[in-house]
Design a protein around this ligand. Structure first.
Ligand code: FE2
Length: 617
């Protein structure tokens, strides 16, 4: 791995499927950079004070602003511990920039729920499944961080600094089983904060934060209004109520814990750096299970469980026990320990996508050296009689019971592709559901070709054009349904071209963000608030006859970032031209180079965007 940032399979987002859409978090979803490399993308490593080894000289002036007038509600427990609700402490634009930053930088969500099969002990937590840890020192020095810090100090009525030592973006979705939790002990003198980052929240969306008194009754409930900040003494138990079952998107929350100990913040910063380095080392060791050669001459036919044919003559084959349990276990552990996920909740009006919202990508160049791929190749040769297949898209999908996956096709009718899927869900029972369903057509009056039930290590290999869908687990099953998926093209040239096109889609998103990029999510069509009303409410719309104040460069850029929609980027045009030329030439080496070139530009573009955003938060 000699690139600055690991090249990932192109399906880290919604990959190779028809009806691709622009997603809300577009540019964060292609290049997953991990560990210290990720830091080099995310944070400006040239600034050794901010991002080097934890340094006790790190300092930051306390924001000179009195936020007490922004307190909307105050509560007090029976024994005098306090809770405060602040509103409008940040300008909407700053909040938008910060959310945008989280989305771009942290395409690295980690699934935090305990999976007993993989060992270890379940740690008590608030049970919010998805966490994305933000560097606490960067946060400490950002406008958002300083503002929240000042709110905490105003709440505590002290001039002594509180330092953010745990800064995590959290994502809660309908059906999540969140739990009552307490961040710290009474003796710790710490404060916790929740900031709600969804741009809009409607009255029946739920998602409130409840804080409990010693008598186990709810003392305070905060409605998740956009930008609202709840500050409480960390020994008060809280419960983050998941969104309503009718709320399809994720609820994005910024959860920060503050301490008076600067050393604690610096130690936490260091811990995060170490853990990212570990993750990078894990990726650098290559794809899981590549340390021993694949068995030669597998009798694939002996492993075949069944074969199914669509009315169009397309094939679906099911195999058991092709893979070593040891490899499967290692892959699972790797995914849960180091896997970083991109989140896509752009679930609107796109009936042709699979609507899998959590996808972790793997690097193609590593994967083609793996034992797993060798076994896949032997399977594909057995099925098709051909041996030039190339995986253009390698990923792991994670589906849970409240997901709403959809019937889709993995390729276009003119493409000769197969999808190779391995179930990574141990001890899965029939009542857990989670089948893969195959259909004759994409129409509403379609019929089932077959349904395959998950079984640990089972492989399903099918022609990508067959309409299919991963079915979510039963609501009784709180564990994740995990599948490892490789989509293969007929040869490397075609596969690389496809991977290039997918990466271009994300690169375009990034290019769009350079000049534009409204990162506030769009809401459902049935939104009860009309846009004009919303603008009036938020105060964004100047009254008639009022001229806007002249803007600074930063303000103008923020305005642009938040409001524009499309751009025609010359770099994108040039890359498209190059793709046409290379396609004409049919030269594999040129295609490899072009793919590499795009990836390098993508990494740089991402760094630039992050740097600009960092300067604004
Ligand atoms: Fe699919």
């Amino acid at each position: 791995m000699n690139e600055t940032c690991r090249e990932f399979s192109s399906n880290v987002l919604k990959g190779s499927k028809k009806g691709l859409k622009r997603d809300a978090l577009t540019e964060g979803k292609l290049s997953r950079c991990s560990s210290d490399h990720e830091d080099s993308v995310s944070w400006d490593v040239r600034d050794s004070i901010k991002f080097g080894v934890a340094d006790s000289s790190i300092s930051q002036d306390i924001l000179d602003v009195d936020l007490k007038p922004k307190i909307s509600f105050k509560y007090q427990t029976n024994d005098g511990r306090k809770i405060f609700v602040f509103d409008n402490i940040l300008e909407q634009k700053d909040l938008g920039i910060f959310s945008h930053y989280i989305n771009i930088d942290l395409g690295a969500w980690q699934f935090s729920l305990h999976e007993p099969y993989d060992g270890g002990l379940e740690k008590p937590s608030d049970n919010i499944p998805w966490i994305n840890e933000i560097d606490c020192v960067l946060f400490f020095q950002s406008l958002v961080g300083r503002t929240i810090q000042k709110a905490v100090m105003d709440a505590a009525q002290t001039k002594d600094a509180y330092y953010p030592y745990k800064v995590r973006a959290k994502l809660v979705r309908r059906g999540d089983l969140t739990k009552l939790y307490t961040d710290a002990n009474r003796t710790d003198d710490e404060y916790s904060t929740f900031m709600f980052l969804n741009q809009r929240w409607r009255k029946n969306d739920y998602g409130e934060l409840y804080l409990f008194d010693e008598d186990n009754e709810i003392l305070a409930g905060a409605v998740p209004k956009p930008g609202r900040l709840v500050v409480w003494q960390s020994s008060i138990p809280y419960l983050s109520r998941p969104p309503s079952i009718a709320f399809k998107k994720g609820q994005l929350i910024l959860h920060v814990q503050f301490t008076k100990s600067k050393q604690k913040m610096l130690a936490s910063h260091k811990e995060r750096t170490v853990s990212r380095t570990e993750r990078q080392k894990a990726y650098d060791r290559g794809f899981v299970g590549s340390d021993k050669p694949a068995p030669v001459g597998i009798d694939v036919g002996k492993h075949k469980v069944s074969e199914h044919l669509s009315m169009q003559g397309k094939r679906i084959l099911v195999f058991d026990d092709l893979f070593d349990k040891e490899d499967l276990d290692k892959l699972r552990v790797f995914i849960f320990k180091h896997g970083t996920y991109y989140y896509d909740d752009s679930d609107e009006g796109d009936s042709d996508s699979d609507n899998v919202q959590w996808i972790a990508g793997f690097e193609i160049n590593d994967y083609v050296k793996s034992r797993l791929w060798n076994i896949m190749q032997q399977t594909l040769k057995h099925i098709s009689g051909r041996d030039k297949w190339f995986p253009y898209d390698v990923s792991c999908n994670l589906i849970r019971s409240a997901d709403h996956t959809r019937i889709h096709q993995d390729c276009e009718p003119h493409e000769d592709e197969w999808t190779y899927l391995i179930y990574l869900t141990p001890n899965w029972t029939k009542n857990d559901y989670g089948e893969t369903a195959f259909y004759e057509t994409m129409t509403h009056d379609n019929e089932i070709i077959t349904e395959v039930r998950p079984k640990y290590g089972r492989a399903v290999v099918f022609q990508g054009i067959i309409p299919h869908s991963a079915r979510p687990p039963s609501t009784n099953q709180s564990h994740a349904r995990l599948t490892f998926v490789a989509k293969v093209s007929v040869n490397e040239f075609v596969g690389r071209r496809k991977a290039f096109i997918e990466e271009m889609r994300h690169f375009e998103g990034l290019a769009l963000s350079r000049g534009t990029g409204n990162q506030f999510e769009s809401e459902d069509d049935d939104d009860e608030i009309d846009d004009d009303d919303e603008e009036q409410e938020s105060g964004n719309k100047p009254p008639a006859g009022v001229t806007k104040e002249p803007q600074s460069v930063d303000e103008a850029w923020k305005e642009k970032l938040m409001n524009e929609e499309e751009t025609d980027d010359p770099e994108v045009q040039e890359l498209r031209r190059q793709l046409d030329d290379v396609t004409q030439s049919g030269n594999l080496e040129a295609m490899r180079n072009l793919h590499r070139e795009l990836h390098a530009r993508h990494v740089i573009g991402r760094q630039e965007t992050l740097r600009r955003l960092k300067n604004l938060i």
